[in-house]
Each structure stands twice: as C-alpha cells, then as structure tokens.
Design a binder for this molecule. Structure first.
Ligand code: CA
Ligand code: CA
Length: 249
C-alpha cells in the first residue's frame, strides 16, 4: 500500500486518476504513465536544447556585430610601401617632414602625403608662421651612408584586427607579437632641436631624385649614454635598434 502511495506521489497529478485514488494503479498503468512522462521529458529536453543552441547562435551573431573591431595605424619610416604582413595595408605614402634642425620652434617628424590638398591660403612667406621642412638622412652609419643627404619617404600602414607597438632597443618581438618591420632608432643631432625618436626601417629607401643637401629636418642614429641609462643591459655609445610589432586582438 505504501509503495502505491509513493508511486502516486512521484507520478504527480496526471497519475492521480480515479484508479489511483480509489484503487492502487496496476503495474501496467504505472509503467505506461511513467513511460509517457519519460517521453514528454525527452521531448522537452530536446526542444529546450534546440532553443538554447539557437539563442547562443543569435548571441554570437549579435556579439560579432557589436564587438569593436580593433585596428591600428603606424608609420613605416624610410619606406614607400608597407610591410608584407597579413592584415597590413597601405593608407598612403609620402615624405617625411618636420621643423628645421636649427629652429627653436621645431616640430616633430610627420609623414606628409604625396597628394596634398589645401583649404584657404596665400602664397607669400609670412613672418608669423610655424614652418615645415623635408627630412634628409644625415648619417654615414652602415647602409644609410649610401642615402646621405637623400630625402626620406614614409608610408602610413593600417593593421586590421591588430594593435601595434614600436619597441625601442629590440630587433625581435615578444611572445605572441608579430614583426611588422625592424630598424634603427633615429632622431635629430643631439645639439640641434629635437623632435622625438622614430624607428627608421633598416631597409630604408630615398625619395626619387632627392640627393641635394638642403638640410631641413635631419635624421641621425641614436646612441645610448650610460649613467641614468642602465649599463648593462645597455652599452655606452652603441646605436639602438628598434622593432614595430603587431598583436592580433
Ligand atoms: Ca644634408
Ligand atoms: Ca656609436
């Protein structure tokens, strides 16, 4: 009797048919009802699993739409093209320019496009202006000797789905990062007005027909000077290399 009551309780309301209330269910009724319950639960599980999978798919699609697409740009100093690296394309090519090496108001190195557009202007040389000059390689350091006095090209590169980083003092990237290019750290002569450091590509090229020494913005290799600069790991008087790396996000 007790077993019958427990069975009635387990099977729930559907099992509490007249036969269950007035008479204990037969084993056949009990098993049939149990089987029906199992079939129902299997169907419920199957439908719920399908619904969950569909919702997960929808969430992934929404996430891919809403997720910010990472991208990064950098300058390939000294080159007319961008590195042949997957995901990297050229935005524009141009020439490096900056403030005159002897001017106190000297601006930083920039990559000027070869197809300029002007807005409003006048063509007289005005006194109250900042000024911009083309840049030259001004060093006989290794392969840059052949480029002495030549004008410096540049390219602005787009790295899709990646973030980029210039690391001074390295020729290889850290784990997980991919090399875009490597080169030498360069800047103005130490007695001139500085305009920051850039990573000049070690395969540096020159602008066409550009070997006249005009001396505007200039590039020299950068040496370490020991003192506050820790030696080791650095070495006094040694020219510093650099590398530009990208990381897929
Ligand atoms: Ca020069
Ligand atoms: Ca040196």
């Amino acid at each position: 009797m007790l077993r019958g009551l427990v069975v009635c309780f387990i099977l729930g309301a559907n099992a509490l048919e007249p036969g269950c209330i007035n008479n204990w269910p037969s084993r056949f009724d009990y098993e049939r009802t149990l089987l029906e319950k199992l079939v129902y639960l299997e169907q419920f599980k199957s439908e719920t699993t399908a619904k969950l999978a569909a919702q997960q798919q929808q969430m992934q699609e929404l996430y891919s739409i809403l997720r910010p697409q990472a991208a990064s740009t950098y300058v390939n100093w000294g080159m007319q093209t961008c590195p042949n690296v997957t995901g990297t394309t050229q935005v524009y090519t141009g020439q490096v320019a900056g403030g005159h090496y002897s001017h106190a108001g000297s601006g930083e190195y920039i990559c000027l496009p070869n197809d300029p557009e002007y807005d409003q202007y006048n063509d007289t040389i005005d006194e109250w202006r900042s000024s911009l000059y083309g840049a030259e390689y001004e060093t006989d350091f290794i392969n840059f000797k052949a480029l002495y006095n030549h004008d410096v090209p540049c390219s602005v590169c787009l790295s899709k789905g990646k973030t980029t980083l210039m690391i001074p003092g390295r020729i290889s990237c850290y784990t997980g990062w991919i090399k875009e290019y490597q080169g030498y750290l360069m800047g103005e002569y130490y007695k001139s007005n500085g305009k920051g450091y850039v990573c000049m590509n070690k395969e540096a090229e020159s602008m066409p027909s550009s070997n006249a020494g005009m001396n505007g913005a200039l590039f020299y290799p950068v040496e370490g000077r020991c003192g506050s600069l820790k030696c080791p790991p650095y070495t006094d008087g040694r020219e510093l290399a650099c590398v530009v790396c990208s990381f897929s996000t």
